[in-house]
Design a binder for this molecule. Structure first.
Ligand SMILES: [Zn+2]
Ligand SMILES: [Zn+2]
Length: 230
């Protein structure tokens, strides 16, 4: 079956995400736009994944457990997991590798944890956009050890991307899928599966039904299989 997806959306937990990127607003907008599957992928945290999954239950919308890690090389990597508990446990592990730098909300923006009723239930103190003390190799290993899929984010973009910061895709990483942004340097990504997502930080930017993946069924397991397929 063909599913309309947007697998890279930021919630109000990301400092750069609008404060109205709440679980219910994200789920509602994705449903309104007719999407079948989304992923909330906040910087270095899966703290709003569970509430978004719950908010999405009123719609026919699947939410993939995810986060967007920032490695020591300042490369952004989308990490997708088979279950929300695993994403949360991975997020806690990653949190322990962040530098002890506190967020300055007036400078970087709020980092809000939300309930499934869109109530603020906490604030993340550490600045989530920093790089975790973890190499890209370690990150891929840790994601895979948890049955997850690691996908270089905006791989052909000029900032925080694998092509910009490493210059190539190390064969040892065994990358099968990348997320692309725009048309630059696509020749360097030939032979890979390419995902296109919004990287939305505000509600209007969430994709319409415009990017599709073909899977056997609408489930997290089937989508992870597809992403990790050689
Ligand atoms: Zn990014
Ligand atoms: Zn992002």
């Amino acid at each position: 079956m063909k599913l309309a997806v947007d697998l890279h959306i930021h919630s109000c937990l990301s400092p750069c995400g609008d404060n109205d990127m709440t679980p219910n607003n994200i789920a509602g907008m994705a449903a309104l736009k007719g999407l079948d599957v989304i992923a909330v992928a906040d910087h270095n945290s899966a703290g709003n994944v569970r509430s978004t999954i719950q908010a999405a239950r009123q719609y026919d919308l699947l939410v993939l457990p995810a986060l967007e890690a920032n490695t020591r090389e300042e490369i952004h990597v989308l990490c997708y997991f088979p279950a929300v508990e695993i994403a949360e446990e991975f997020g806690a592990w990653l949190h322990g590798l962040l530098p002890p730098v506190k967020n300055k909300p007036e400078l970087f923006g709020d980092q809000l944890f939300m309930t499934d009723q869109d109530e603020v239930c906490g604030e993340e103190e550490l600045l989530l956009i920093n790089a975790a003390d973890c190499s890209i190799e370690e990150l891929f290993r840790e994601v895979r050890a948890r049955g997850g899929a690691a996908v270089p984010a905006h791989a052909n973009k000029q900032a925080n991307s694998i092509l910009e910061n490493l210059g190539f895709l190390p064969p040892a990483l065994g990358i099968t899928t990348v997320e692309t942004r725009g048309e630059q340097r696509l020749d360097l990504l030939q032979g890979l599966q390419c995902l296109r997502s919004s990287d939305a930080h505000c509600l209007p930017d969430i994709l319409e039904r415009e990017f599709f993946i073909e899977v056997s069924e609408k489930s997290t397991a089937a989508i992870l299989d597809k992403i990790t397929q050689k």
